[in-house]
Design a protein. Sequence first.
Length: 304
Amino acid sequence: MTIDQVAARTEPVGQQRGTARAGERKRKTPLRRRIRLSVTHVVLIVVGLLWIYPFVWMLSSSVKPNGAVFAGLGLIPTQFFFDNYTTVWSDGNIGRAFLNSVIVSVTGVIITVLVTSMMGYALGRKRFPGKRILIGVLAALVVLPHGYTIIPVVNLIFSLHLDGNLFGIILAEVGGAHIVQLLLYAGYFSQLPASLEESAMLDGAGYFTIFSKIYWPLAMPVTATVIILQFIASWNSFLIPLVLTLSRPDLQTLAVALYSFKGENLTNYSQMSAASTISLVPVIAVFLAFQRYFIEGMAGAVKQ
C-alpha cells in the first residue's frame, strides 16, 4: 500500500467528500462554459444577421428593376440589372453630387482636425481657472440638437454671401463647436507625460513647435477617430446642404441628391438603392483605412 492510499484512508470523511465535490465542479465548469459560449455565439449571430439584413437588401434592390424590388422576399435577384448604377451616375446627377460631397467632406475633415486638435491641446495641457466648469458645460452641450442652430448658421452664411458656392457649405459644416472631437483631443493630450513638454522648452521650443512636432504626432489614434467621425458627419449631412442648395442644384451633395429619387407619386427604389450603395463606398473605405486606430483612440481619450 502506497503512502497516498494510506493518507486517503486516514482523511476525514467530510474532507474526502469536499474534495470529491470540488473535482466534480471542475469537471462541470468547462461544460457550462461551452454552453454559455455557444448560446452567446448564437445570439450574436442572430443579432448580426438582423443588423446586416437592410444592407444586403439594399445591395439586392440596387440590381433589380424597380417593379421587382417588392415583388418577393428573396435577396438573390433572378436577373441582375446593373443599368441602375450607370443611370444614376449619369442621368441622376450622382456623379456631380459625389464630387461635391468629396470636396465638402475632405475639406471639412482637414479644418476640423486642425482646429479641434489645437483647442484640445490647450484645454488638455494648460491649467486655468474654471477649466472643470468649462469641460462640464461643453459635455452638457453635446445633447443639444443640431437643428437648433440651423437658423443662425444659415443667416450668417447668407450675410457673408457664401450661399452660392461650396465654401459656404463647408463653413457651415465645420463652424460648429465639434464638442466630441474637442473632448477626445483634450482627454488624450491630458494623459501624455509633461516631461516631453518640459524637455522641449529647455531646448528652446515654442508653444506651437511643441504642439506640432511633439504632441500632435503622438495623437494619431485620436486623429484617426476624429477623421472617421467628422467624415461620416459631413458625408451624411442633409439639412445644411439642403437649405443652402435650394437655388443651386448643381451644388447638391450626395445626401441631398438621394432625396431627388423620391417623387410625389412615384419613388424609384432600385435607383435610390444603387445611389445609396455608391454613397456607402467612401464611408467604408475611410473606416477601413483608420479602423486600426479607432478603438485605441476612443479608449485612450476617455481614460482620466
